[in-house]
Design a protein around this ligand. Sequence first.
Ligand code: 13P
Length: 281
Amino acid sequence: MLKNLNDILPEAKSRKEAVGHFNINGQLWIENILKAAVSENSPVILATSDRMVDYLGGFKTIQKLVLSLIDYYNIEIPVVLHLDHGQTIERCFEAIDAGYSSVMFDGSHEVLEKNIELTRKVVDYAHNKNVSVEAEIGTVGGNEDGVIGGINYADLNECIRLVDETGIDALAAALGSVHGPYQGEPKLGFAEMRAISEAISIPLVLHGASGIPTHQIRKAIELGHAKINVNTELNLAWKAGLIDSLRNYPTVYEPKILQELSAKNIYSVVKEKIREFKNLE
Ligand code: 13P
């Protein structure tokens, strides 16, 4: 059975650790993320960006595939299936009805009142079905699920209101992170992060974690982040593997062989991130 964020994040937060959220872009990702998490005996969050759901065959297909693979490989670690950046409340309802165990409603592009009103509707629907809810304040830079924007820092009072008035389970407070590759060293707003983490008891979520150096990841975890989202680094690892394979085996055309290196690369990145988020050497 799938777990939700409340089953895994509060415990991770109390240990000053974070659980990895890894975006899936196909079966190769699901299998290798699960295998890496099993090898570390760690809970894991499998996430689909809203814009990838139709490409992957819809919510029900994804949910059934994830459950079937968990069964096929006899996986016993806690697994959360999460909708990343749900763009409308209806999409969140659809994910919940299809058996997702967690959803993010991204109302960050709305004015606060509207964000609160819509997020609360998702929470009411989700909590009735034991599904957890993440919400966002501020803007993560780069391409945020199809919406391209600059960085817009989360405001402390808005964070407090969103949490208190909706009953969400985890908060993504944008504080300088960017989806996709960084231009230069990432500059996270640690002073703002500290203020938010002191005012809010629910776990924080760090989006755009690909390319953030370990010392900044550690600091974010110290300051209350218990869920860390990684997508780009997995896709870069997949691409690098494919390029190497095409170069190394120019006459091979069997996808299984050509994607072996990509699979290995995805597995290694996930394993590395899980260890980094738990502060293991
Ligand atoms: P990256 O693509 O930068 O790893 O961000 C992932 C993310 O935040 C998904 O919500």
